[in-house]
Ligand binder design. Structure first.
Ligand SMILES: *Cc1c(COP(=O)(O)O)cnc(C)c1O
Length: 423
């Protein structure tokens, strides 16, 4: 049997309708921005494997750190115990996180990081004797697939089977350029009820919505409204964190600071599943009490796994090298040149760039669905040409590993340009 036959015997893939989806590609090796399949066909991973891999596949520096940790202390429970990798990672992160972030809580993935933030928002009011039951989130948000995260997510077909079973969420429009006032008005209206515990958002870029971007000034204004009404703010930086926007965190562009932040994806350079939710001192204090019932009764078996922490420490060290910081600038500059090259193409209706993120929208007759025909045609074309890109409806975005070479990046641009000729 081939790998693909063996795969389809037992495996169920994410976001996949197995009856109609193309068969998966069996990848056997990765290096830098490149992946190879079982037939030695080469692919450029132009989306950093769902945004997790900035420093390249099979990165030796991270691998060595993981090996060293695995052969020193692979895991110890974090309830009642602690260890050096968690302590050092917390110190290093605190040094680069917004200054108001003072405590951090470990979990395993982006959804759990969000789940924890939502539970903390709700419980922190409960602990203070004022029960609030609603969360505010953006339209077309994506915060993950577990129940709380799914409730906050607004991409309807991801969640429609669960309507009526989700926590209450008030949805407000994204403050895209020219539409800011609608967003401010909707938030002002939402907070009036006094029942909103938190506002969760993807800062500056909505990834899964198709790299939809908005300005820091607009987000600052939304954060101000929340602060005035005692609504806790949660920056979901699971996608944007660790350099994607050109700075360590998207929140570094803001003058206001969120009360909580969610980190995952690039945290460990795409090696080991791990996530972190961070908090201000005030939030921690709302749980700090003689009364055991006021504690946060939440945990995961692998909380603060030392190997994951070691991978995160190595990743952070790579991010902070001059070479990696120069890569961020290099990719951003190339993206801006490419934007100029394609923005007047008759098939292109919009282009946008922030940091290493590039997106363009393709002209369509009707609105293109998330996994519709156009999307599938584009995806197949990119794969055929050795470039991994996953368009969202009619939106093609590029979010490469930071180590992608100029030649590889140019090839990605060329393939995207030729795709415009086939649609
Ligand atoms: C991917 C993502 C999540 C969910 O992370 P998982 O690790 O897939 O659970 C949450 N929020 C944002 C912004 C994401 O991009």
């Amino acid at each position: 049997m081939t790998l693909i036959e063996r795969d389809s015997q037992y495996l169920w893939h994410p976001y996949t309708q197995h009856k109609t989806a193309a068969l998966p590609i069996a990848i056997t090796k990765g290096e830098g921005a490149l992946l190879w399949d079982e037939n030695q066909k080469e692919y450029i991973d132009a989306i950093a494997s769902w945004w997790v891999n900035p420093y390249g596949h099979s990165n030796k520096f991270i691998a060595d750190a993981i090996y060293k940790q695995l052969t020193t202390l692979e895991h110890v429970l974090f309830g009642g115990f602690t260890h050096v990798p968690a302590i050092v990672l917390a110190e290093k992160l605190m040094a680069i996180l917004p200054i108001n972030q003072k405590k951090l809580f470990f979990s395993d993935n982006g959804s759990t990081a969000v789940e924890i933030a939502i539970k903390v928002a709700l419980q922190s009011f409960f602990n203070k004797g004022t029960k609030k039951t609603t969360i505010i989130a953006f339209e077309n948000a994506f915060h993950g697939d577990t129940f709380g995260a799914m409730a906050a997510s607004g991409i309807s077909f991801f969640t429609e089977s669960f309507q009526g079973m989700l926590i209450d969420v008030v949805r407000i429009p994204v403050p895209i350029k020219g539409q800011e006032q609608f967003s401010f008005d909707a938030l002002n209206k939402a907070v009036e009820s006094g029942n909103c515990a938190g506002f969760i958002f993807e800062p500056l870029v909505q990834g899964a919505a198709g790299m939809v971007m908005y300005e820091p000034e607009a987000l600052d204004q939304l954060l101000r409204i929340c602060q005035e009404h005692n609504v806790l703010t949660i920056a979901d930086e699971v996608m944007t964190g660790f350099g994607k926007t050109g700075r360590n965190f998207a929140c570094d562009y803001l003058t206001q600071k969120p009360n909580m932040m969610c980190l995952s994806k690039a945290l460990t350079g795409g090696t080991i599943p791990m996530a972190i939710t961070t908090f201000t001192q005030d939030i921690f204090d709302a749980f700090y009490d003689e009364d055991i019932n006021k504690a946060l009764f939440h945990g995961h078996t692998f909380t603060a796994n030392p190997t994951g922490c070691a991978a995160a420490l190595a990743s952070l060290e790579l991010l902070q090298t001059e070479e990696m910081q120069n890569n961020l600038i290099r990719i951003n500059t190339s993206h801006l040149d490419f934007k100029k090259r394609v923005e007047n193409h008759p098939m292109v209706t919009a282009t946008r760039v922030l940091g290493v993120i590039f997106a363009l929208e393709i002209k369509t007759e009707s609105s293109a669905s998330y996994y519709g025909t156009l999307r599938n045609k584009l995806y197949a074309f990119f794969i055929e040409n050795g470039v991994i890109l996953r368009p969202v409806g009619n939106i093609v975005y590029i979010l490469p590993p930071y180590v992608i070479t100029d030649a590889q990046l140019q090839k990605v641009y060329e393939v995207v340009e030729s795709a415009l000729e086939i649609v």
